[in-house]
Design a protein. Structure first.
Length: 250
């Protein structure tokens, strides 16, 4: 995703397609999103993005905070899925207020009701995965299943080791839970798809290159600076969660 020329709707589709294919979020017909990720733009691009009701409130908040008219601007999309300096344009308190308006304070929206002014909320996908989704509340009782969901749902990065016809082997740090804290563990090997029947979310990966992954798909190529931005945004979300875990609130 290093190329800033990538259109916003295309960039959005690269990361939104994997959960959409699985039926977890977004509209029906994931094949339309796959075509969009490949650069086939249509008049329905914005409508599809707005149907991702988990992501859209963050895009709106990021655009508003940065003074950008379009929530599908590529700078906004990069900030939400990967991370960038644009995250600092959003006031954490205003973000929490907006998210509570959008998602409410139900038990199935994670820690939103517990957050206060001391929590550094970010308009980033990792915040939604770890803080807004309810999975962290299930870690101590149901360990393996919620941890697997967190691992796959988070956007993560890794270094490409091998590139096959349809899959790539990537070395990446998984999320671990020792009963007390969530953290990134020692890098491990995982196998992800980079194309199906000749259709891919991004360009052909290169051995030794850095890539992002979401669920079981390779989403994009990134720079070392972007990998640090992704880690930094995730660290912010983990700090909030681990504070609650240490206080035995979960």
């Amino acid at each position: 995703m290093a190329a800033v020329e990538t259109a916003g709707p295309v960039l959005f589709a690269r990361y939104a397609y994997p959960p959409n294919e699985l039926g977890y979020c977004g509209p029906d017909d994931p094949s339309a999103l796959l075509r969009q990720a490949g650069g086939v733009a249509t008049n329905q691009d914005r409508d599809r993005a707005q149907q991702f009701d988990g992501a859209w409130p963050y895009l709106e908040t990021l655009a508003r905070g940065a003074g950008i008219d379009d929530p599908l601007d590529p700078r906004v999309i990069e900030a939400y899925w990967v991370g960038s300096d644009l995250l600092g344009a959003v006031d954490p308190g205003k973000l929490l207020q907006h998210l509570r308006k959008e998602f409410g304070l139900r038990n199935d929206v994670g820690l939103l009701a517990d957050l206060g002014g001391q929590d550094h909320a970010l308009a980033h996908h990792s915040f939604h995965v770890f803080v807004v989704y309810p999975w962290v509340k299930l870690l101590r009782k149901h360990g393996a299943v919620p941890l697997s969901v967190l691992q796959n749902c988070r956007v993560r990065w890794g270094e490409v080791q091998e590139v096959g016809e349809q899959h790539a082997v990537v070395r990446s740090a998984p999320i671990t839970f020792d009963g007390e804290r969530l953290a990134r563990g020692a890098p491990m090997i995982e196998r992800v798809r980079w194309n199906v029947d000749g259709m891919s979310l991004a360009a052909v990966p290169v051995q030794g290159g850095l890539v992002t992954m979401h669920w079981d798909w390779l989403c994009d190529s990134i720079t070392a600076a972007q990998s640090l931005a992704l880690d930094g945004a995730e660290d912010s979300a983990l700090e909030i969660v681990n504070l609650r875990l240490s206080e035995r609130r979960l």
